[in-house]
Design a protein. Structure first.
Lengths: 189, 616
């Protein structure tokens, strides 16, 4: 960017608040998808339609992966206050890798689904819902990678680590949404 | 030549072209790899346009900082002072004042375009010797609606909020200046897509884009509009994040929430609505696009989809959206009346909270758009009642304005003239809104010109006239020069008479049964009133021409405005015109109430005190 933003023009506490406001909007993004899911569900008999066979096995593994990732990010945001930067960096990097593993498993599962996005309305909302979540995991994994790199390059200290706190907030949100997606698709159905 | 490429827009257009080619090529390669024919108009163009927008944003340089942030590179030091040349508006800037003017200019460029589209359709409807085919007619009116809402109404107020929310709060800039630039630069791309849609076959669904018509039987132009509207929605969400964070975090010391100017209150209410509910309309538009390009049957009944789903999602946003268009306008009215009446604003707290009340109430009324669409009969009555209840906080505002003006020594400057017209026209729109909320009446007037007249009077009173008032009121602050009062009055006459001529006959036409969005009619009794509405639109267009002449003339030749031409109390008047890069000589400290006009012993704020905590 060509223009210069003087340091004192940006407020530290603002980034955290900005993320909270942004996540409020994100809740409505997934809200619109869940609304669609349940609207289609109550107007379609049977639901899921015939020919839809779901296997929760891989999704369950994915749940474990994301929860472990969340744990690591939580640990990172605790450890950074004690200044243990090597551990922080390792935790963030592992969380990022776990995010990409999640995406790999999701992609593999999509390939082996018994239906496609254009088969019926169920397929459309299934792939849009999981797809939007996957997009958020991708964003989160890239963010964790960035935070790991920045930790390695000494951008954060025990005193200044707003980036890690704000990033952790986002990552926990993505996990939380996954729990809702997982329960909705495989248990409430 | 180097200077030419240093203009951001030039690089953006080149990047956009490159991106479009790349995206389209990539889809064709994927299709060939999957054994499909390489060309599919919908898919190739959709991917091309999305990649093109990405290329345009990258080439503009909007992601440079975040790319450097990602790898932890050192912050680059760059010159502090932005250029004074007008070409700075064609490049990326992070200064909220530059971005505010960029937003306003974009909206004011698209405003006459959208009016002109409708004037062509009106001329056709007046049967004055030329006729369009029905597809062109509906494409014109559909594009008029969607450009007006997404590229004129939202960006125009985004511009005023960008410029004045930080100033009214005593802040140096928005909370996230780079995000601010990103939200602005999405808007011109969206606007260009929506206008070029007319050249790509147009679309004749009306601005509401209802399926099943929108998912079938529509040419490529529909895709362009969908992507454009999606981008505009994205921009308005990002700018909402920014404005809300700014208001929460960057208020000057001493500015409790009940010392904020009303414009800030309405900005907060507006941005909460757009922050949350835009997600719904964006998703609905995306569903339409997915169904059109990838055959995903969200709405098509053959695949188990539900056409009515779209209407729920659309109005879940689009009803609150009517308040998104109007609330900042109501804020501008509340700002201007006390200044010109030289009296304190009547019922400050009630006016402030009524904005929040309108926002909350506005989320619970969307069903009244669907009374005729076959929603469960049980839902009609609650939606009817909530719709009528929204009139209460709106009435609080109107009452407070009148009570503020009551007994005051009104200074009849052009900002006040526009405000007075706005109140009257808004009142017409608001009262007819209560009438048509009644279910039986609604079923009768649904899809007639009555509805068109209603929402045009709400938008004229809540958006167009307050916007004009805002421009006349704040132009001296933005440029350091005053606008011509004579031209302002001429424009006010043209636009007020034009609005009356445009709106009032439409109510009659609607009650007589003329349906909206029809390209023709056989009953010639309608013709005189149809011609009257066309003439009204033409007068408004002339008014806009006067406005542009006034802006261009006053920017160079207007009388100097100094710091405080209207003798206002709020913070933006306590700095020079235009304000310096950091807005205030010293951080303002708020010590009083914003609207205590006539009580000279109680100043609002102190901007001269040197502030001990410089790193605020």
């Amino acid at each position: 960017m060509d223009a210069y933003v003087s340091r004192d023009k940006t407020e530290r506490g603002a980034s955290r608040m900005g993320m909270i406001v942004f996540l409020a909007s994100e809740v409505f993004l997934f809200g619109s998808l869940f609304f669609t899911y349940f609207y289609l569900k109550i107007n379609t008999k049977p639901w899921p339609p015939e020919g839809v066979a779901l296997d929760p096995k891989f999704a369950a593994i994915n749940t474990g992966i994301l929860l472990f990732g969340s744990l690591l990010v939580w640990a990172a945001s605790r450890l950074v206050r004690r200044g243990r930067m090597a551990a922080v960096q390792a935790a963030l990097f592992t969380a990022s890798v776990l995010g990409f593993v999640f995406l790999g498993i999701t992609g593999w599962e999509w390939r082996h689904e018994s239906f496609r996005a254009w088969t019926n309305a169920y397929g459309s909302i299934f792939f849009t819902l999981t797809g939007f979540h996957a997009l958020h995991v991708f964003g989160g994994a890239m963010l964790m990678l960035a935070l790991a790199i920045r930790t390695r390059r000494g951008k954060y200290t025990f005193a200044t680590h707003t980036g890690i706190e704000v990033g952790a907030l986002y990552w926990h949100y993505v996990d939380f949404i996954w729990i809702l997606v997982f329960t909705t698709l495989f248990f409430i159905r | 030549m180097k200077g030419f490429f240093s203009i951001g827009l030039v690089r953006g257009i080149l990047g956009g072209t490159a991106g479009t080619g790349t995206g389209a090529g990539a889809v064709m390669l994927i299709r060939m790899a999957m054994g499909l024919p390489a060309w599919d108009e919908g898919q190739v163009w959709a991917a091309g346009i999305v990649a093109g927008v990405a290329g345009y944003l990258i080439a503009l340089g909007l992601f440079n900082y975040w790319a450097r942030w990602f790898v932890g590179a050192r912050d680059r030091f760059e010159p502090n002072m932005p250029s004074r040349s007008w070409t700075r508006f064609l490049s990326v800037s992070t200064d909220h004042k530059t971005i505010g003017i960029q937003y306003l200019a974009t909206a004011l460029i698209f405003l006459p375009v959208a009016v002109a589209l409708q004037l062509i359709a009106r001329a056709d409807l007046s049967k004055i010797g030329f006729s369009l085919n029905p597809e062109t007619y509906t494409a014109l009116i559909s594009d008029h609606g969607i450009v007006m809402l997404f590229i004129v109404a939202i960006p125009a107020f985004a511009g005023l909020m960008n410029y004045f929310v930080p100033l009214l709060l005593g802040a140096k800039d928005m909370a996230f200046p780079r995000l601010n630039a990103l939200s602005f630069w999405l808007v011109p791309a969206a606007g260009i897509l929506m206008v070029t849609a007319l050249g790509a076959g147009g679309f004749d669904t009306g601005w509401t884009i209802y399926p099943p018509l929108s998912v079938s039987y529509q040419p490529l132009g529909m895709n362009l509009v969908l992507i454009g509207a999606y981008l505009a929605g994205f921009s308005s969400i990002l700018s909402a994040v920014n404005i809300l964070t700014t208001v929460i975090k960057l208020r000057a010391p001493g500015m409790g929430i009940f010392r904020m100017p009303i414009f800030v209150w309405t900005a907060v209410s507006t941005t909460i609505l757009s922050l949350l509910f835009t997600q719904f309309v964006s998703m609905a538009l995306l569903f339409v696009l997915l169904e059109r390009t990838l055959n995903m049957p969200f709405f098509g009944t053959a695949g188990g989809g539900q056409p009515l789903l779209y209407q729920y999602m659309f109005w879940f946003y689009s009803h609150p959206a009517t308040y998104i268009f109007a609330l900042p306008g109501l804020g501008i009215i509340s700002e201007i009346i006390p200044v010109f009446a030289r009296k304190p604003l009547f019922g400050y707290k009630a006016v402030a909270l009524s904005s929040v009340g309108i926002a909350i109430g506005g989320t619970m009324v969307f069903g009244h758009h669907m009374f005729a669409a076959g929603i469960p009969a049980l839902l009609r009555i609650p939606f009817m009642i909530t719709t009528m209840l929204v009139a209460v906080p709106t009435g609080v505002k109107v009452f407070a304005w009148v009570a503020t003006a009551w007994g005051g020594k009104l200074r009849m400057g052009s900002p006040l003239l526009f405000v007075l017209s706005a109140i009257v026209i808004f009142l017409i729109g608001g009262l007819t809104g209560v009438i048509q909320a009644v279910v039986p009446v609604n079923l009768y007037v649904h899809d007639t010109y009555w509805i068109v007249a209603h929402f045009h009077s709400v938008l004229f009173g809540g958006f167009l006239f307050p916007l004009m008032a805002g421009i006349y009121y704040w132009f001296p602050k933005m440029t350091g020069r005053r606008m011509s009062e004579g031209l302002g009055r001429a424009q006010w006459w043209l636009m007020t008479l034009g609005s009356a001529l445009l709106i009032l006959p439409m109510f009659v036409l609607g009650l007589d049964g003329l349906r909206r969005r029809t390209a023709d009619y056989s009953n010639m009794d309608f013709r005189p009133l149809v011609i009257a509405t066309a003439a009204g639109g033409f007068l408004i267009f002339l008014g806009l021409v006067v406005l542009f002449y006034n802006i261009l003339r006053s920017r160079r030749k207007g009388a100097p405005a100094w710091d405080n031409p209207w003798e206002g109390r709020t913070l933006e008047w306590m700095t020079s015109s235009p304000p310096p890069y950091d807005n205030f000589p010293a951080t303002p400290v708020v010590t009083g109430e914003p609207y205590d006009y006539g009580i000279s012993s109680r100043p609002y704020a102190d901007v001269t005190r040197s502030n001990p905590s410089k790193n605020r």
